[in-house]
Design a protein around this ligand. Sequence first.
Ligand code: MOS
Length: 729
Amino acid sequence: MQDSLGKPLVRVDGRAKVTGRAVYTAEQDVPNAAYAVMVTSSIARGRIVSLDTRAAERQPGVLAVLSSRNTPRLPQKPRSANQGDRPGDRKLQLLQEDTVYYAGQPVAVVVAESLEAAQEGARLVEVRYAAQTPSVELEPSLSRAYKPAQGGAHGETTDDARGAVDSALASAEVKLDRVYTTPFQVHNPMEPHATIAIWSGPDRLTVYDATQGPFPDRERFAMLLGLKPDNVRVICPYLGGGFGSKGPTWSSQVLAAIAAKQVGRPVKLVVERPQMFGPVGMRSHTRQRIAAGARRDGTLVALRHDVTAQTSSFDEFLESAAMPTRMLYAVPNEATTQRLVRSDIGTPSFMRAPGWAAGVNVLEIAMDEMAYEAGMDPIEFRLKNYADQDPEKSRAFSSKSLRECYRLGADRFGWSRRSPEPRSMRQGDTLIGWGMASAVYPVHRSKSGARAQIAPDGSILVESGTIDLGTGTYTVMTQVAADALGVPASQVTFRLGDTAYAEAPISAGSQTATSVGNAVAAAAKALRAEIARAMNAAPDAIQIRGDRVIAAGRSERLADLIARRGQRFLEADSEAQPGPEQQQFSMYVFGAQFAEVRVDAALGQLRVSRMTGAFGAGKILNARTARSQFMGGMVWGIGFALYEDAHMDPRLGRFVNHDLAEYHIPVNADVPEIEAVWVDEADTHVNPLGVKGIGEIGICGSAAAIANAVFHATGKRIRDYPITLDKVI
Ligand code: MOS
């Protein structure tokens, strides 16, 4: 069947999206809604000394101007106490104080009858500051680096060590000790952060909110505003991308609710594009030192990876880039440290493959360098150091198809035709380079719920309060439910994006298919059992055929079955959660990335001309949406390698290229032939469906493959992303 599990069913929400019928947060038609615009700090550090709102208040249409002068004090203390329990909860600036911690911090909110009046009002707010010199750069502040209290985004430790890394490095026959950097990168999904807040009475709040996690978002609104979580409803049927930016709840979202209460009307607040650069999370600039040692035959004996990243002055987020070094290769002596430097910037946060993307894309340049030092083919070098079990935790991987990924990727790419010498594959004035890298990202899974329901006409409704970032959740969950019930996908409607539905975890860490998928499968199976009970048959014996159920030669109308039960439909709730296997096995998605670049020998102009990614990612639920996820990550790899660079002005403490004209990402003309393929992988340890998650693996290693291809083309090793023309010539 074209629509059964794994098949390339077209997106069930595709038509709604391309015809504009999919209603995104900012487009929700809420009667009587007023518009809010944030005034944000122009300085990066200091104090507000005066705030003149009179001109703004006189502007026709302006309803209110909120600032630290008149905003009600929240139950939580500012600055230190408003952090929630989860590492993803960011500390917010909600007009509670006059201290400025970073450029772009909200200092006032203007609410008006129209967007234009709110924008004009925002322009008229006069803020005077006592500015201090901000510290926003990493390199001059390395001596202030400290060991963070919390570890990585998922609670990983800051440091690890096994064996005796220093002596092993000292005595290694082949070695390397280098510093690599990655720049600030900023998410900027097409849809910016957007919120519409609607109060009903003093303690009931409904928010249309662009969020990756309706349930954690609800918790944050409740906690910060002193409400009961049950009295807050978060709705988000469509999300225009996120990449991690919409994981945490940010100041703008809560300010919309505060403003709505103040003016006694629903309020819509959409973050402006320049306000997306810095105040709402980013991937931190990192400095990564890697030291590696090997025997003459290429056997790694020691690996050391020391990471320093930036965090804000008031909150902590660690870009845990050393994680892959602990587990990717079978190296007996290993040590990693991860440190932070406090800076006068907005708090960095989760961004597609947090920690891992920055880490793998650096480690895999270092491994390419080691392969050259040892005089080995880069794949041969990696196979020599292949980890058959997890060297960090000394336990088995739930599954690992990396060998097959190397083979499949190399085959599709034509790797055997590569000549190893740099600058050896020239075509006229064009230098051609082929590079490869390993890819790895952890498997995450959290407890999730779902509900399934069948109506007398046979239509099946499945609900879970999860999110579709554009990744394909609507489509794959429809397939999972249809598969478990043995019906065509067209018989199933899947609804998501509402805290009125069963609780689901945040869509982050590539965990939606692993978590919600298994909950949906469980709910569909439970519904099947419910139908079987009504039929007096065994669950495996029933077949749903349109509006009839067949069992052991009997055929009954669903309408009769349901009526006999005295109900309007049959339904089942289910919850699925990770089992003990999570502690017994190490669970990762793996892959092999290949890239071809073409460099103009005279001008240094650089283009990626071809990419192949081969992945071992467990059971693939939908070949079309999966390919799109892998490719999306690989395209980001092009941006990571060649373009993305949020450039900080050290005097002003602001990103100077804070728009999509100056912050470069790949456009169609930059994206070549990209092939994403995968190996069949059945992993029953990860979860019943055998799903590993695919949202983030594509960005891991893809930038390194390009960097390595640039070296192969030019003989020039660039260790600072992005690899721009000036660094190549
Ligand atoms: Mo993803 S960066 O874990 O939302």
